[in-house]
Structure formats: C-alpha cells, structure tokens
Design a protein around this ligand. Sequence first.
Ligand code: NAG
Ligand code: NAG
Ligand code: NAG
Ligand code: CA
Length: 974
Amino acid sequence: MTQNSLYKIIILFVILHNEERSLAFKVLLTSSVTHQEITQKAILQTTADVCKAQALQQGRDFVLPSVLTVESLTKACSSPASAKGFQQAISRVRNQNAWVDGKYFMSARRHFDDETFLKGRDLITEGVKAVKAAAQQGNYETARKRLGEALHTLQDFYSHSNWIELGNQFPFSNLTRPDSQINNIAEPTRPTCRNCDGGNCSNNILEDIIREKKLTSGYFGLFKPSGKCSHGTYFDISSWFTPKGGINKDSRSSEHGYLHDTAATVAIAATKELLEDIRGFLGDSNFLRLMGFSQNSVLCFAIDTTGSMGDDIDEVRRVTSNITDKMRDTVSEYILVPFNDPDFGPLIRTTDPDEFKLQINALQPHDGGDTPELSLSGLRLALTGSPPQSKIFVFTDADAKDKELNNTVLALIESTKSVVNFMLTNSLAARRRRSGDPNQGQSQHYSTRISNPLNQVYVDLALASGGLAIEVTKATLPQATSIIADASTSALVTVFQTVKKSGKAETYSFTVDSSLKNMTIYITGNSLAFNITSPLGDSQTNEELSGKLGLVEHVGNFYTVRLTILDPVGLWNIYISSLQPYTIKVLGQSDIDFLFNFVELNEGAHSGYSELSGRPNSNVTLLLTVMGGDSVTPTEVALVETSGSQIIIGTLEKIADGDFLVTMNSVPAGEFIVRVMGERTSSRSSNDCFQRQSITQHRASSVVITAWTDEVWEPGKTLSIPFTVVYNGSDELFSINARNDRGFAIEFPSTMSAGSGMSGNSTVNLTAPSDTPSGTEVTLTIEAETSGKSDFNYAVLKLTVVSPITDFTSPVCEIISVNANCSGNCSLSSWTLSANLTDGNGTGIMSVTLRQGLGTLNTSTTTGDGGVNVTFVFYSASCCSEVMELVAVDGAGNVGICSRSVTSAVTTTPNTSMSTASTTNSMTTATAAATTATAKTSSPSTNATTDSAGHHFYPPIGFWVGVGAILLSHVLWL
Ligand SMILES: *[C@@H]1O[C@H](CO)[C@@H](O)[C@H](O)[C@H]1NC(C)=O
Ligand SMILES: *[C@@H]1O[C@H](CO)[C@@H](O)[C@H](O)[C@H]1NC(C)=O
Ligand SMILES: *[C@@H]1O[C@H](CO)[C@@H](O)[C@H](O)[C@H]1NC(C)=O
Ligand SMILES: [Ca+2]
C-alpha cells in the first residue's frame, strides 16, 4: 500500500469519527480559493504595470483604476476585447493552481513540505521554462496551466517554510533562478522545532534555527524525522507527535496564523516577481496575450483545398478579405488550416490581417476531387491550435474521409467549448413546390429541401458545438458569410439556443435584458416557418423580410433575423413549425456573461478542486464565474436538456466575488447546456432580469478516465502516460483510442475491462521525434467507449516538449557611459547612454528591446575577449523621457534588465548648482527587476544597495508600502 492510500484511509477514519473535522471542508474549500486571490491580485497588479508601460511607450494616457478588477483593468488597458478573455485566462491560471492540491495531495515538493527546497525550486524553474517555451510558440493555454502549477508551489513556500519566521519581508528570489543556490537549509538530522506550548505555537521553532537563519519547512503526513517541525492543522498526523503542533500559515487559525497576512503579502510579491520574469521574456504585447487580452477574438478558418473547391476558394478569398478588412480592429489573431487528401495542415497563425490575406490567397486548390477529404483531421488541428471558445469556420464541398475521428473531434469540441460552423457547398438542389403549411393552415410558398445525407457528421458536430451547418450553393455562399463577421463582434453572448433533431411545431421563449444590444436570431432548417413575437405583442414571420421587429435574410437553410426594434426588453416568443430538424440561436452584445467549468472537489487537508478534462458524472459540480460587475447576481443555474425537456436546477453557493459553486445531484438524460438566469440592479428599472446560456452541448457519462503525468518530456524521448478507466456499471470491455494531433508515434491498448468491481489501468506511450522544436504542444485525447457504444468518455491532455536547458544565467549589462546635461527646459536637452550586453558562455543574446523610454536605441554586435559576443547598445533620448529600461533575452529564455534614469531639473526654477543630472543605474536579473519595475522612478536615486558583484538593486520600499496597504480581508491558503 502506498503512503498516499494509507493516508487517505486514515483521513477517512478521521472524517467518519469526528464531525467537527469533517465540517472543516467548507473552510478548506474557501482556502483553496484564496490561493487564487493571491494569484489574481498579482496578475492584476502586474498587468496594470504592463498596460501603463505600454501606454507610455505609445504616448497614450493610462489611468490606474482606483479598484483593480478584471473589468476595470480591461477598460483602463483600452483593450478592444471584452473582459471575458482576461477573466478566462486568470481562471485558467487559478484553476490549475488549485488543481495542484487535488492532484498532488501528498507530493512534498509541490508544497515545499518536508524541507524539499531544491526539488521545489526545480519545479518552479522547470515550470517557468515550460511557460516561456509554450507561450513563445503561441500555445498560451498550455502556458497558463503551467504558470498556475508553478505559482502554487511558489506561493506555498511562504506559508509552509520558516522564511517569514526568519524575519524576511521580501520574496526569496532564488526560488525563481535556476542558477542560484539555496544555502542554509537545516541539515537533515538537525532538530528544528519543539512542542507547542499548549495551543500556542508562536515559539515552537528552535532559537538556534532562527539565529543561524536556517531554512526549514513543516513535515506533512504520517511520519517525520525526529525533532523536525510539522506542517500542522487538521489532517497532518505528524503534528500529533513530538514535536507537536505545526508552523503553517495557511489561514489565520493555523498554528502560525498570526503571520498569515505577512506571508500572503510576500506571496503576492513573489508571484509578481515571477510574472515580471515572464513579461521580460515575452515582451509586453505577448504578455498581455498570455493574460487573455485579445484572445477571445480569434478568427479561425479550416479550408478544403481540393481541386473541386476551385471556385469556392475564390469566393472564400473574396469573403475573407472583406471580413478581414472589416474586422481589423476587433480580431486579434487569425488562424488558417488547409486540408486536402492525403494531407492537412500546417496550421498558420498570424496577428497581421494582411499576412492572413496573403496566406489565403496563396492557397492552391489541387488533388482530390469531389471525393471525401481529411476534413476532420483539419478540424482537429484547428481545435487544438486555437484558444478555447474560438469560432471556427470550416469550408468544404465534400464528405469527411476520416469519420473515425468523429468522437475525437467531439471530445475536443466539448473540452475547448469552441464553436464550429460549417459552410457546406455540396447541398442538394432545392426543389421549390407549392405546399400548404400544415400548422398555419394557409397556403404559401416555401422550398422543400433536405440536407445532403453525406453531411450528417458535419451537422452532428456543428450542433454539438452550438455552431451551424449552413448548406448553400457556390453561388449563394457570399450571402451566408455575414455570420462570420457577426461571430467576430466583441462581447457576443448567447441568450437562447435550441436544437431539435426532429421537426414539430413548438413555441420557445426567452428574456431580453436592457444590457443587450444588436440582437440577432439565427435559424437553420429546411422547410420551416416561424413567427417571432415581441414583449409588446408585435410579431413578424419568415415571409416578412422587413417587418415591425427587424430584417430577415434567407439563404439556403439559413435565416438571419436582425432585430431593429427600439426597446426589446422583456419576454419574447418564437413559434416554429417544421417537419425536419432545426436550430434556433439568439445572440446579442452585452457585458453580462458567464464562464463555467465542470470540477471535482477534493477532500482532505490540501483540499481544492480539479477541472474535469472529460464529461462529468451524474453528480455535477460547476465552478461559475459571472461577469458584468457587482450589480449582477445569478438567481438560478440550470442544466437544460436541448432535445428533450428536462431541466435540472442547481444549488448556488458564493465562494468569492463573482465566483459560485453550483451543485446538481442529477443530470438530464440527453445533451444539455448550462443556463444562468439572474438580476441586475440598475437605476433604469428595479427588476432587470437576464438570461444567458452556454453554447456547447454537454453530456454526462458513467465512465471516468483519469490520465496525467508529471514527467518532463524532451525531444527524442518517449513519454509514458498512465491512465485509469473507472465505470459505474456492470463489467464492460471498453474500446480504447488514443490519438495526438502531431502524428507522433503512439502505443496504447485497444481494449480494456472495467466495471463494478475493478478499474482498468494502462499507459499510453508517446514518442517525440528528436527534431521536435522546444515548446511544441501536443494534444493527446484518450477515449473509452462501451462495446455497445452506449457510453463514451475521454480525457484531453496538453503536453509540451521542452528541450533541456544548460544556460541558466541571465544576460549581463555593463553601462559604460551616461552623458546627461538635463538642466533647463527638458525638451531642449538630451541624454545618451552606452552599454555592453553579454551572455558570457551562454546561449547568446537573442533580443534587446526597449521597454521604457521614448528615445532611440541602436545595437551592434562585436566579438570581445575570449570570443564572447558583446552587444553594444547606444541609447539617446530627450531629457523629458527620464527613464530607460531595456530587456535582453538569451537563447534559453533568461532575462536581463538594464535600467537607468536621469532627473531633469525642474524647468521653472533652474538650479545652477545642479547642472548635471543625477543618475542611478541598475542591472539586475529579471527577478530582482520585478521589484524595481514596481518601485522605480518616484525616488530613483535613493535606497540603492550593492550586491557582491557590484550590481545595484533597489530595495523595493515603495513597493512594499503599496503592497502593505492592500489589506487582504480574509486570506487563507494551503
Ligand atoms: C541566493 O543565491 C545567491 C547566488 O547564488 C547566493 O549568493 C545566496 O547566498 C543565495 N541566498 C540564500 C539565502 O541561499
Ligand atoms: C467585398 O467588398 C467589396 C467592396 O467593399 C464588394 O464589392 C464585394 O461584393 C464584397 N465581396 C464579398 C464577397 O462580400
Ligand atoms: C458521430 O458521433 C456521434 C456521437 O458519438 C454519433 O451520434 C454520430 O452518429 C456520429 N456520426 C457519424 C457520422 O459517425
Ligand atoms: Ca544566458
């Protein structure tokens, strides 16, 4: 039996026999949320610094919001996108941070328990390396996850070690530097603690440990070496034995809870340091992308490039050019995936609209014919390469040859919540005939068409994703493409959506609130008629192209109704009659929206939650984030069956501002969406009700697949990923499929048994070719399906191949000279600086960028002593631009920052005795620079100290005053 499972049994025993301890669960849940508070605060503060620096560089004003929130900062950063992208990125980092507690419950190094300082440090530096490598490849989602994991360990250091007890008020920067040492760790046999004095643990760390500044941390679990400190608090059995008690600062009620707030403050500062290092590496624009700015306005096209698509591609080119021009200001990234037979890809990603147009123009229709293509392979690449919740448009005129990817693509749709729209130009010709509408009893014209049966897989996938399968002819394709421009508008929310797999007459209603603008209703289906009724009783049918409520457009199987009515607030009805399947979708623009994830709660001391990577079980728990500000309150969260009529209402529990935990004890039988109803208090009306719903259709499953690995994956290596299949039913033989989107060699068992009595265990082996570039992201899907195909579930893993790094040192900056004569009117004088940058025997300087300063920067490279490359930097600026900060990044991603500032004399009272400007300089490694970046410039010439190498650091006093002022109202963390 492993220590872990023995431990869990003991925990269970404690829970069963002690009611009070089991009640601790709620507190513990809150505690893992506040790990997130630390993360969120640090992200908001660093992002504010970045936006400010960027605004200064671009000559824009930046007004720091008085209260930093996701919403206020998005506005201040003048991001064209909505706050949703930022919130989503923060949630991803926070959730992955919490996940560490769930997944690595007993891993000492993940929490800096058991004096595992070197291993913990390695986890952090390896994590940062992976964040940088992934982000550099544009794989921001993976970068966010790795960031969340690394931050958990970093933050735990301040709660679980005695760093704070040693009197430190600053972060321990060595934890984020792979080249630095961690000296003074208490020797393995050296006692560090004594018994607490009853309930009082304020003096339990031995005096000699404190005096000699020995670093120690609490042991957690069943055993500890004699004399060592324990972690403490419930569940830490080691703390029941001498030396009794613990030293953690996880919450105010912990043994060292009196230091909790200090520890939390230093943890925020440490988190900011780490974020600053990543910022230095990525540069400000890409750092903002990592933080989700402009990540939710990505336009992704997957285009069939076979010969028969010739005319269509011309049309697609025209359409995409128009859209690209029209959407320049709202779309931030363009992705193109060509597919054909026998190949597909590569995925092309650009932020430049003109480059995107060039790439589309360069598509050459070739090969194939009207025969099936590898469309699902192309779609899979689009899904794995785009940020989550992207809108993907697939253009094809042929059937899918790779239908076996149906389930894989479905799994990716569900887990990314991306929307897939198909523009299908192989529709069967419409047959127009005169016919009576059986439901309205009046004679009218409408076309009787049926879908091309070959398109069924596309229709299924579109519906599952909440997208549309639009069947048009080549000639009418342009008319249908307005949906692409519509989909790219910012702050787009779904008010209502339904999918009917068989047609019948029905009436649907939905609520429109006063925040909604530019409402559009999309209806797809053949042979249908509809009638829309406003809250005031006005109505319009599909036959009235311009009516009381709005404008109707119709092409192929696709209707668009744009509401033009002035006051749409209230309850709307749509009556629809059809003999065939149809979909309705009601969209609008609004700040009120929500995000959710299916999660699993973890019990025990290091409690938390994990996001599910597959379908939820019948007990559904959602972590819900409601956007739109303080005035927005959710009142009902429900799972709504899309094809049936079941509605399961959940129990709402607020866990932080805007964050809720929703639990349901059953699920609808079929596909369902998540619907949030709520109220907004506004001055306009006292009772403004809103409704929003998720787009993707979800399903529950009785199969659970868990898979993960902690191994570092290097090019040329085979990664083994253990996985488990658990089935809540009688014994079954599952068919197993594991696939990756890179075509890497893969091995896995084709079948596996699981059921009532047992779970199935096996491994997937995945081999990265030796020429795989560092930072390559691989999406692995593991699927299990019952033999009768009645149940199916999956796990999705994003894995990153990272090359080993041998260069651990940051570039060094040596300022050679500064010439500043900044007396008098600053605009009439200028200053210059020259410096040498070197990377010693390292990988060499790859980039030098000016982060602050409005002057000009020139660089040239020469070979200096011992063949070391030296980058000579010459900077000159007006004296009005007082601060210069440049960032040098080496080939391994190490960051060095060089900064200098001059103080120009006050122009109104020229001081003759101060004819030369006062200057300060600093060259620090990125981690130390984090604090300078925050503390800098208010009094740059004071407080400089010098380290042994003669480099100057700013003790971040201004920064500490700032951080200290933020009193965390209630911080607990594990
Ligand atoms: C941090 O790293 C530096 C450089 O390796 C080293 O000189 C210093 O002693 C380390 N600090 C501690 C507290 O270990
Ligand atoms: C593209 O825009 C031009 C002019 O702006 C227009 O004439 C043309 O019809 C548009 N083409 C499509 C396919 O929308
Ligand atoms: C694709 O998968 C879904 C769900 O498993 C299934 O309902 C559908 O019939 C499949 N479609 C095809 C064409 O195989
Ligand atoms: Ca280096």
